[in-house]
Design a protein around this ligand. Structure first.
Ligand code: HEC
Ligand code: HEC
Length: 331
């Protein structure tokens, strides 16, 4: 260190007195604007520490004079939204479900809420797009083929109480095993079932199977195999399969019937959310307008009275799977 400040000859600037091999270090002062900005940030930092949460403690942090917290902000925001939705939620809980679709604002609110409820609670079984898992017992909720009913009330009941579970009001039925039948008879019934939706089958065997079907199956599936929604017995004539439509899959269901189980959601979600998610499902495309008139229900006795429904082939199905009768002409 030199005693007196030395001035660099070339720049006229004071040097620090440090010198390496004759190269001297200039002592250029910091620009004033920089220095003041720096002091301002220090002051701002001190004020911030006093007003806002700043110093970490063992659990939590200093709270600051203003008592601000991001959690508090979120809670306040949620409360604001809930308050503004409270009116709609109340209406949704009490509205006559049949009238809901006509109430545009309320219906839009329900469907929007229902979409996220579905994503959180239903998609793991029914798929994110609600298309189900074909032939593994998780039904497609997009089509107009309903096991238990497709009106808003019926869907809400299914969601509220579930299917084949511990809820005392859950939807319930059980297809008995037919393993007591002769193999030949099972074969004939299976051919008959495939004939119902126009799939490849042995016509002679199917004829034999028809009588067996009437005796053993029509009480649930209906004489013409159109199903029965009171029992959740699938329509066997529509080429839409819950368990698979191959000869083998039908034989498997006859020998060791499998049954779909769905949990009840009434208590877990509450009535408003049950209704919201039902409105969402109902709005997916297959929703039916009102409670089906028992006289036109696809029941055993009324099977003959049901007009022949035409079912479009579903995406991804070959005409063979969908059944010759079901393929809409493409021309
Ligand atoms: C653990 C799997 C599972 C979950 C989760 C689940 N479901 Fe289901 N759901 C099923 C099964 C399996 C069936 C078919 C039962 C049968 O074979 O009758 C079904 C049937 C249905 C039906 C009746 C379809 C018809 O054709 O009548 C509706 C409606 C339905 N589910 C809606 C929902 C909604 C809405 C949710 C979410 C709140 C949900 N499900 C959650 C498994 C599930
Ligand atoms: C007590 C009522 C009942 C009787 C009787 C009954 N079933 Fe079923 N069947 C059902 C139910 C309920 C299901 C749906 C099971 C499920 O949840 O997957 C079903 C499902 C099926 C399926 C699967 C349908 C699909 O979409 O994958 C076939 C095939 C079938 N039954 C054929 C028969 C035949 C053939 C008979 C007579 C030999 C018969 N069932 C008798 C109630 C019955």
């Amino acid at each position: 260190m030199a005693d007196a400040p030395k001035i660099d000859e070339v720049t006229g600037t004071e040097t620090t007195g440090h010198s390496w091999d004759g190269i001297e270090e200039l002592n250029t002062p910091l620009p004033r604007w920089w220095l003041w900005t720096f002091y301002a940030t220090v002051v701002w930092g001190i004020i911030y520490m006093i007003l806002f949460p700043a110093w970490p403690l063992v659990s939590g942090a200093t709270t600051g004079l203003l008592g601000f917290s991001t959690r508090g902000e979120v809670a306040a925001e949620i409360e604001r939204v809930e308050l503004s939705n409270a009116e709609l939620t109340r209406s949704l809980t009490t509205v006559d479900l049949a009238a809901l679709p006509a109430n545009e604002d309320l219906h839009r609110f329900a469907v929007q809420a229902g979409r996220s409820i579905f994503a959180a609670n239903c998609s793991q079984c029914h798929g994110a797009g609600a298309a189900g898992v074909v032939a593994s017992g998780y039904p497609n909720l997009l089509d107009d083929d309903w096991l238990w009913g497709g009106t808003l009330e019926e869907i809400a009941y299914t969601v509220r109480h579930g299917i084949r579970n511990e809820d005392l009001d859950s939807r319930y039925s059980e297809m008995p095993p037919f393993d007591w039948m002769e193999d030949e008879e099972l074969d004939q019934v299976a051919h008959h079932v495939r004939s119902l939706s126009g799939l490849d089958h042995d016509a002679a065997a199917a004829d034999q199977g028809a009588a067996l079907f009437v005796d053993n199956c029509s009480s649930c599936h209906g004489e013409n195999g159109l199903g029965n929604r009171d029992l959740g017995a699938p329509n066997l004539a529509d080429a839409i399969w819950l368990r698979g439509g191959t000869h083998e899959a039908i034989l498997r269901q006859l020998n060791a019937p499998r049954h779909g189980v769905m949990p009840p959601w009434g208590e877990r979600l509450g009535e408003a959310e049950v209704r919201a998610v039902s409105a969402y499902v109902h709005g997916l495309g297959g929703g039916e307008a009102q409670i089906a008139d028992p006289a036109t229900d696809k029941g055993a006795e009324d099977a003959a009275a049901v007009p022949d429904a035409t079912y479009p082939a579903r995406a991804g199905e070959t005409p063979e799977e969908a059944g010759a009768d079901d393929v809409a002409p493409t021309e």
